[in-house]
Design a protein. Structure first.
Length: 215
């Protein structure tokens, strides 16, 4: 049984695709670019806001302004919880897992919106403040394993007893880089385009959050 379970946020704990896509498309329209389908923008999520903005402008075929990232973050900040919800079953899953293992969050999202989303959806109670590592903290963003290794050290648990749950290739690579187990959430929007041929024997896959309890 795993003694530390580390969750990605967007696409794993919460379905935030609509709010992220709306913010990106609002910025594109403001810059005379064509909006993109929500699922296409969802596939751009995972490497942090700066990369998302760069990918969205490239896909729309317009040059981003110098302050594109700042404008995106400001737009998104006003719409964090318009449509974002925890995936069905997530609260119950966390409730079931909390007595069995230490729980943590590792995301490339900045810390302020991360905490607002967790608090706004009633999920913050499952994670100690020090067990939430975000993309603008002291550690490099995923797939660099530093943040995950910090959470493992903080819990005083071996990487062999750690499971990283995420929906994207970024999460898979992070777990591999830290030599921990990984579970891919196939229900998440980050799974779009996942190179399933890279999966290895022993890698876990779930189609619904509730399947995590059985792991």
């Amino acid at each position: 049984m795993f003694r530390l379970i580390v969750f990605d946020l967007d696409g794993t704990l919460v379905d935030s695709r609509k709010d992220i896509a709306d913010a990106a498309n609002r910025l594109l329209r403001d810059c005379d670019g064509d909006p993109l389908p929500d699922d296409r923008i969802g596939g751009m999520v995972g490497d942090g806001a700066a990369m998302l903005v760069a990918r969205a402008f490239a896909a729309s075929g317009v040059e981003p302004p110098a302050d594109a990232l700042e404008r995106f973050l400001a737009i998104y900040d006003r719409a964090l919880l318009n449509h974002t919800r925890a995936y069905e079953g997530i609260p119950e899953v966390l409730e079931a897992l909390a007595p069995r293992a230490a729980l943590a969050v590792l995301t490339n999202k900045p810390i302020a919106p991360t905490r607002r989303v967790l608090e706004g959806l009633g999920l913050a109670r499952f994670f100690h403040a020090d067990a939430v590592v975000a993309g603008d903290g002291p550690f490099p963003r995923k797939p660099d394993p530093a943040g995950l290794r910090h959470l493992i050290a903080r819990a005083g648990i071996s990487h062999d007893d750690t499971l990283l749950v995420g929906d994207s290739i970024i999460d898979w690579r992070t777990a591999r880089n830290a030599s921990s187990a990984v579970c891919i959430a196939r229900y998440g929007f980050g799974f779009t385009g996942f190179p399933v041929g890279e999966l290895r024997s022993g890698d876990l896959i779930v189609d619904t959050p509730r399947e995590l309890i059985g792991l």
